[in-house]
Design a binder for this molecule. Structure first.
Ligand SMILES: [Zn+2]
Length: 465
């Protein structure tokens, strides 16, 4: 978002937020929420008409430029699924997403159950309580609910208005062989092909339910039973769902590839040797197949497939993921040591082969109370991003994305795409077509159906979807 902000602000017609030329809209649910459940949560809230009152923190690029204004489609599995729902469906800023994600990590991974399947081979309880996932996600959806149409404020369905950024979340059913795709949009029957999964109407399940399904990693969380289907973490079959997302978008566009595919990984992993796997098998008898699948479902193969598509000239494909040299490779799935009071900077020295110390070694050798998983991840990710080649890649990406957003912001649909708002006919809520996606649509309707009336004031017609 930093690079995007630079380019947006250097333009002859500078944009200090990504809603431009529409006006800035509070990313939190704002007064509507307060009036519904009586909450007075108004801290650090931006007034839509008065950005100048914002604290300097909220003026940082990660709060002013929203990913859902630059991307049409977001997809993710497990942890990535949660992020896709936050950025795509809840239309959050990257800054808010990071804040909520850290709080979520502490509330879920900071509280393992004492007797669980990973500590005791006779237990089949997940290590963590999936009800915690539900509660935390409901808190987030309550704060950032973009809609006024749900009765319960903290329950947001995945299904979203069709012209807005789309979201897809991957899980798998119990046999763990095929991806199951949760969608915010309808998709018709594609030609019979193994590349497409469970087509149908958009899912109306709440985000908190889908969060439990996509993150149900065996041993860590209990599987989720939903209308007779048992769901498990999509990481078992599509650890990296880029190919699935690519197929979805291409299918929707009549077999036309998307203009850009950006894949963001959680860091390169070291491959396990067969010996370690065998040891693992003896140890965790009842998770054998899951564990093996889990570790072998290498994100790498999806990356290879996409690279082939790019090399064939079919798509512009970019991938960002912290490479092995930066020492995140052996990170545990549920690694969570949180000591926000830690003050020492993360050591950035390298060994003779130019590698940074692995996270596990680092935490052992440096022993002390100064270790904090989030800070460690952040420090190493920054080192990766600061490399010259990655900086060039980011600049190229930002340039492309800003150009697309600017082109789109000149179209009548922009206000709806940027804010989610629609225009309702002030004469009668039940007029055909109302609410309209564009102001022009409402004006045309007015000329046709209410030609004797005065043209309405725009402020009387805006409504949140
Ligand atoms: Zn009307």
């Amino acid at each position: 978002m930093e690079k995007i902000a630079q380019i947006e602000q250097q333009n002859p017609e500078p944009a200090y937020h990504s809603f431009y030329p529409a006006s800035y809209k509070d990313p939190k649910s704002g007064s509507a929420q307060s009036s519904i459940n009586g909450s007075t949560e108004k801290e650090s809230r931006l007034n839509q008409d008065d950005i100048s009152s914002a604290t300097s923190d909220l003026k940082r690029p990660e709060y002013m430029y929203l990913p859902c204004h630059y991307f049409d489609f977001m997809a993710g599995t497990s942890t990535g699924g949660l992020i896709a729902m936050m950025l795509g469906r809840l239309r959050m800023t990257v800054g808010h997403c990071i804040e909520e994600y850290i709080s979520l990590g502490g509330k879920v991974f900071g509280k393992p159950r004492r007797l669980n399947a990973r500590s005791n081979p006779f237990s089949n309880r997940g290590k963590y309580d999936c009800d915690n996932v539900e509660k935390v996600v409901e808190k987030v959806t309550g704060l950032y609910n973009p809609s006024i149409q749900t009765e319960l404020w903290d329950k947001v369905p995945l299904k979203s208005p069709e012209k807005l950024c789309k979201t897809m979340v991957v899980a798998t059913n119990e046999d763990g062989r095929k991806p199951y795709i949760f969608r915010s949009y309808d998709i018709g029957n594609p030609p019979k092909s193994k590349r497409h999964h469970n087509p149908g109407p958009a899912h109306e399940y709440f985000l908190s339910t889908i969060a439990k399904a996509t993150s149900a990693a065996p041993g860590y969380f209990d599987p989720l039973l939903l209308h007779g289907i048992t769901f498990l973490d999509g990481g078992l079959v599509a650890n990296n769902p880029t190919v699935e997302a690519y197929n979805e978008v291409s299918w929707q566009q009549g077999n036309k590839a998307p203009a850009l595919v950006l894949s963001i990984g959680t860091g390169e992993k070291e491959k396990r040797t067969l010996k370690t796997l065998e040891k693992h098998m003896k140890h965790w008898k009842h998770f054998i197949s899951y564990e093996i699948n889990y570790r072998i479902a290498e994100s790498q193969s999806a990356d290879d497939d996409m690279t082939d598509e790019r090399d064939d000239g079919k798509v512009q494909y970019e991938r960002l993921t912290v490479t092995l040299d930066f020492g995140l490779g052996w990170m545990k799935l549920d690694e969570w040591k949180r000591r926000p009071q830690a003050t020492k900077p993360v050591d950035a020295s390298r060994d003779t082969q130019g590698r940074y110390m692995r996270q596990s070694e680092y935490f052992r050798q440096k022993k002390s109370k100064h270790h904090d998983t989030v800070r460690f991840l952040e420090a190493r990710t920054k080192l990766y991003l600061n490399q010259q080649s990655v900086q060039k890649q980011l600049e190229r990406l930002a340039g492309f994305l800003v150009k697309r957003r600017r082109l789109r912001s000149k179209t009548p649909l922009w206000n709806h795409f940027a804010t989610g708002d629609k225009w309702r006919c002030p004469k009668n809520d039940h007029c055909p077509g109302s609410p309209f996606d564009t102001w022009e649509g409402l004006l045309a309707h007015f000329a046709k159906s209410h030609s004797h009336s005065r043209i309405p004031d725009a402020r009387d017609c805006v409504r949140r979807y």
